[in-house]
Design a protein around this ligand. Structure first.
Ligand code: FDA
Length: 500
């Protein structure tokens, strides 16, 4: 039986969800957010909310018995990972055959664990990926709005040149320039003024203390400090945590009925209940939202959902790799966990690459330069429904990642040959140089204009909306969260004007 009703429900608390809840709340609409992860605001026995990358504990990972760091090894040694107790920790790695996907779990979604790089794509590329969206409006109104709401800021270039924490980035910049390549500063939602004070030892260290993917105890403007704080401030938004939406069905009168499961932080199921709502917004991320609709279609609960549901998924062309530097060219023992520089070769006509110069926050000199390359890979995966496990399963073959490797290789071969350097072979558990069996940037599954109309309204159902990264067709050319935020702002403005 339906025990509870809310005028509007938002599933998830990541970027798309947070934007949507704020705008609904500000319009006076009582809105309930349902988030499967925890609210991260209570320090543990060590006085910290999150654990760091050097000594991760159970807070780091979503129900794992061992951490699953992206750099599997160093000098082939398994030193990055630790055995832990299964717990509702902040970072999940979801495994599907040849691909695994990192996602944040908790109030703020990916904003809790990401590298804070707040990058607006080149306009010509935005027009290529979403040609039916008015780019004037995006670049004139919604990107600026998203950046201002998110608290995007830029590193002080003078400090950048002299600080210890970006020596690694300056070394990579020098190597890129030797090869005739261009680098660019990337804006961030990490507070660069806080970072400057970290380096001066005026405040507790976070980015400079190996905190990134398992959460930052300071300095980062994650969504709980920006959009979600504003949403709660409207007085119309409430958030229920450790609450997972399992199923969506629809009543005769159009009301959506959600089957919702509550757990405790140890994973014990506390209860399952039904919740009704007229307006349902899916902001559970590319994996989460897509799974909910694939499951609803293939179990017959929302039979009008079409073929496009579950299609058009991509990795944003992610490839990770490391280069070995000469001994006389150290990167420094302290590396800021937050990238501030990228190699911008996106205009290359054959192999476009935007490579973030990534830290290895190991707390010691590594002589390694690490990169997360974003490439233009046209391959797309799709999701099937597996009745045995009741899960949506990503169909992605390892061969589909080869285009990304080829593009990254062409760029970094050039850098290596100009500098007389080689790749690192010891970082990904075996001897591979290019790691593309995981992505940080899952995009698509419920693509705008295909599974939904041009404002995220799901085809076949009234008052059912998608708000998150699943709308984006597999690629943004840069790190995606500013685009997800800006698109959500654009869509909810239209939906509020027309549907309420
Ligand atoms: P997002 O994934 O943020 O949120 C979805 C939320 O829904 C989660 O909190 C999840 O727990 C919840 N949920 C899922 N299913 C549910 C269900 N059934 N019921 C209830 N809740 C459910 N991007 C960028 O632009 N710059 C960067 O520097 C980085 N760096 C980076 C590093 C790492 C380690 C990761 C993992 C990711 C990044 N990213 C990034 C990517 C970025 O974080 C990502 O694109 C966005 O968080 C996606 O936003 P969404 O709104 O799509 O969902």
């Amino acid at each position: 039986a339906v025990t509870d009703h809310s005028p509007a429900v938002v599933v998830g608390t990541g970027y798309g969800a947070a934007v949507t809840a704020l705008r609904l709340g500000a319009a006076g609409i009582p809105t309930l957010m349902l988030e499967m992860g925890q609210l991260w605001n209570t320090p543990g026995e060590d006085g910290k909310i999150f654990s760091d990358m050097l000594s991760p504990d159970r807070r780091s990972s979503w129900f794992k018995s061992r951490t699953e760091a992206p750099l599997a090894s160093f000098l082939w040694l398994d030193i990055a990972n630790r055995d832990i107790d299964p717990y509702a920790g902040v970072l999940d790695r979801v495994h599907f055959g040849d691909m695994s996907v990192y996602v944040g779990r908790g109030v703020g979604g990916g904003s809790l664990v990401n590298g804070a790089m707040a990058v607006t794509p080149k306009r010509w590329y935005f027009e290529e990926i979403l040609p039916e969206v008015d780019a004037d409006e995006m670049y004139g109104t919604y990107y600026p709005l998203a950046n201002s709401m998110l608290g995007t800021n830029s590193v002080d270039p003078a400090w950048f040149e002299t600080c210890d924490s970006y020596q690694f980035a300056r070394v990579s910049r020098k190597h890129a320039q030797t090869a005739g390549l261009t680098t660019t500063f990337v804006p961030s939602v990490y507070d660069f003024d806080y970072m400057r004070r970290e380096e001066a030892n005026e405040v507790p260290r976070s980015a400079l203390a190996s905190e990134v993917i398992y959460g930052n105890n300071h300095g980062k403007r994650s969504l709980d400090k920006s959009y979600l704080a504003a949403a709660l401030g409207t007085g119309n938004v409430t958030i229920q945590t450790l609450t997972e939406v399992r199923d969506i069905a629809q009543e005769q009168d159009g009301t959506y009925t959600l089957t919702v499961r509550r757990i405790d932080a140890e994973g014990n199921v506390l209860g399952v209940r039904q919740l009704g709502t007229k307006y349902l917004f899916l902001g559970a991320g590319s994996l989460g939202s897509t799974e909910l609709l694939v499951r609803a279609r293939d179990t017959g609960k929302l039979p009008n959902l079409g073929e496009e549901v579950g299609q058009g998924w991509g990795t944003n062309g992610n490839v990770m790799l490391g280069r070995a530097n000469h001994v006389w060219d150290p990167v420094g023992a302290v590396e800021s966990g937050m990238p501030a520089l990228g190699i911008d070769a996106w205009d290359d006509p054959v192999n476009p690459v935007f490579a973030e110069i990534a830290p290895v926050p190991a707390g010691l000199e590594t002589w390694a330069s690490l990169y997360l390359a974003i490439t233009k890979n046209p391959e797309r995966g799709w999701f099937s429904y597996d009745p045995a496990t009741d899960k949506a399963v990503l169909q992605w073959d390892v061969a589909q990642g080869q285009r990304s490797i080829d593009a990254a290789k062409s760029l970094f071969d050039r850098i290596n040959s100009a500098n007389g350097t080689i790749y690192r072979y010891d970082l990904f558990g075996d001897t591979r140089v290019f790691e593309n069996r995981f992505t940080y940037h899952p995009l698509g599954g419920l693509v705008l204009g295909k599974a939904t109309d041009l404002y995220g309204r799901v085809h076949g159902y009234r008052n059912l909306y998608v708000t998150d990264g699943s709308l984006i067709p597999g690629s943004t050319g840069v790190n995606p969260f500013v685009t997800i935020t800006a698109l959500a702002e654009r869509n909810i403005a239209r939906v509020l004007a027309e549907d309420f």
